[in-house]
Write a protein that binds this ligand. Structure first.
Ligand SMILES: Cc1cc2nc3c(=O)[nH]c(=O)nc-3n(C[C@H](O)[C@H](O)[C@H](O)COP(=O)(O)O)c2cc1C
Length: 500
């Protein structure tokens, strides 16, 4: 059974990742198939396979899991379990580590159980939610932004762009800040710190003037926050001169960071907006104002889903909509680009970078770490899948570190920065890497031929067996065919051939 990177997702694409999954209850061997399918969904099949006992108990089972499944017959649960046991497990380079010690890190010297925090938003907006997230394994929370002015949210306030499997590829929100009073939020901090002293509370705040920034900072420190996150980046504020309006003006970033610094001595992270050409001016201004770290990205200004009948974009609030913040999987490349910019900026050396934007699984998180982030925050994936995603975030990263021989997560921070160039003129252009076709796994769909004909350089045609033949004289090595192949049957030859 060859499934490859893309094929493995087909095993789980009909799974709805339901809660209290009937397949788990039905499994006579207690193999928790729902948990294993979730690991495949979140790119974590290696640690799932490492967890599975041998010999493989699924091979001879009558698969009551599939009968019990809410989408009875539509999810090949047994095949997925066999994929883990028979295809993945034999290739494992390491056992699952028996401790999570390698994940321990810190934010500005304050210990963190692992690099994962809830990003400031609805997912961490009251005591009960934070407590459940901590119990699930999150190392901390950037609490929903606290302000001293009243908040009245619109309804509905979210919208989404979907990918083919029904999951949300991008997410838009027009939500503002915490609708609890400052006093209520301070009481939550006190209780959280009392009950979970080892968890990290990052207090996200937003003031309207210097005095408010100072006072909010002071109160958060006094009530148990480990660090502050200054929200210079919410794109959804009603009044001008707040949120991302500040983040776009370095002088204001410096001024309000300094105001917060006057109120507190705990570490300060400035949360910056991606709604700028470059983030460095605001980041350097935050440093001048007294910040110890940076968080990025907040959401990207967006419009989506214009209704063809009502002509109103989504979310439709009583016949009107508004530009709002875009987040989730789709924004990850933009977020990574900004993290790399900050990570490469020598003036910012020593500042903690907390990265976010589109993190759903451990590989997403690893990309942020490799580009210089020391911690990783998540909102949209938690909104979509729940706090339980922390299991695969931690297990996947822990397994990766073990398999690669890293003793500590901090060892991977920034490893990918040296290979990033801000512009393409630094790239070598004298050679070509040709694609390589695997005729055994190719099913002859012709998608490579179609894309090469209409979007490439007319270098591929199918032979009598519907298998691709490459015309090396025409191929420019763009690798569009590699990307569109639905069966992972086209790879890179790995050989760089010099052009005449
Ligand atoms: C519904 C929603 C509410 C948010 N509220 C806040 C907020 O109060 N303060 C803040 O700094 N960021 C807020 N954000 C931005 C997130 O913290 C995060 O920066 C952004 O969503 C990118 O991460 P993600 O792709 O993991 O969601 C919010 C995001 C969403 C989706």
């Amino acid at each position: 059974m060859f499934l490859g990177e893309k094929g493995k997702y087909r095993l789980v694409q009909n799974c709805v990742l339901c809660g209290a999954a009937p397949c788990d209850t039905a499994c006579p061997e207690g193999l928790a198939p729902a948990r294993q399918l979730r690991s495949i969904w979140f790119d974590n099949e290696k640690s799932a396979a490492a967890r599975l006992p041998m010999p493989n108990a699924c091979a001879d089972c009558s698969a009551p899991c599939e009968t019990a499944c809410l989408k009875c017959g539509e999810v090949p649960i047994q095949k997925a379990m066999r994929f883990l046991a028979e295809e993945v497990k034999p290739t494992l380079a390491a056992d699952m580590p028996d401790s999570e010690a390698a994940l321990q890190t810190d934010i500005c010297g304050i210990p963190l159980e692992n690099p994962f925090l809830l990003a400031s938003s609805v997912v961490g907006s009251n005591y009960d939610m934070c407590a459940r997230a901590f119990a699930a394994g999150w190392a901390g929370v950037s609490f929903k932004t606290i302000c001293a002015f009243p908040i009245h949210e619109a309804s509905p306030r979210f919208s989404a762009v979907y990918s083919g499997d029904g999951s949300m590829a991008g997410f838009k929100n027009i939500e503002q800040l915490s609708d609890h009073s400052v006093a209520e939020n301070m009481a939550i901090f006190r209780q959280l710190k009392k009950d979970y002293p080892q968890k990290f509370i990052l207090a996200s705040i937003m003031g309207r003037n210097d005095a408010e920034w100072t006072e909010l900072a002071r109160q958060c420190q006094e009530n148990g926050a480990d660090a502050l996150e200054l929200n210079f980046s919410c794109p959804n504020m009603m009044e001008e001169g707040l949120g991302s309006d500040i983040g776009q003006v370095p002088a204001l970033v410096e001024r309000f960071t300094a105001a917060a610094r006057r109120g507190a001595s705990i570490p300060i992270l400035a949360k910056l907006t991606p709604n700028v050409a470059r983030m460095s001016p605001a980041a350097e201004a935050a440093l001048s104002g007294g910040a110890d770290g940076l968080s990025a990205i907040n959401t990207i200004k967006s419009l989506m889903a214009v209704d063809p009948d009502t002509y109103v974009s989504s979310p439709d609030v009583h016949g009107k909509s508004a530009v709002g913040g875009y987040s989730g999987k789709a924004v990850k490349p933009i977020a990574l680009r900004f993290i790399a910019e900050l990570g490469q900026n020598r003036k910012l050396r020593g500042m903690h970078l907390s990265g976010m934007g589109g993190v759903e699984n451990w590989r997403d998180a690893l990309e942020f770490l490799l580009l210089g982030a020391g911690s990783v925050q998540v909102t949209t994936a938690v909104m979509q899948y729940g706090y339980r995603i922390i299991e695969d975030l931690k297990a996947g990263l822990n397994y990766y570190l073990q398999a690669k021989g890293f003793r500590h997560v901090s060892e991977v921070v920034g490893l990918a920065l040296a290979a990033v160039s801000d512009t393409t003129d630094a790239l070598e252009r004298g050679s070509i890497v040709y694609p390589k076709f695997n005729r055994k796994t190719c099913i002859g769909c012709g998608r490579c031929e179609i894309s090469c004909l209409d979007g490439g350089h007319q270098a591929i045609h199918l032979d009598g067996q519907r298998r691709p033949i490459l015309d090396a004289k025409k191929c420019v090595g763009c690798h569009l065919c590699v990307l569109v192949c639905p069966t992972d049957s086209i790879g890179s030859s790995g050989k760089r051939i010099c052009q005449a």
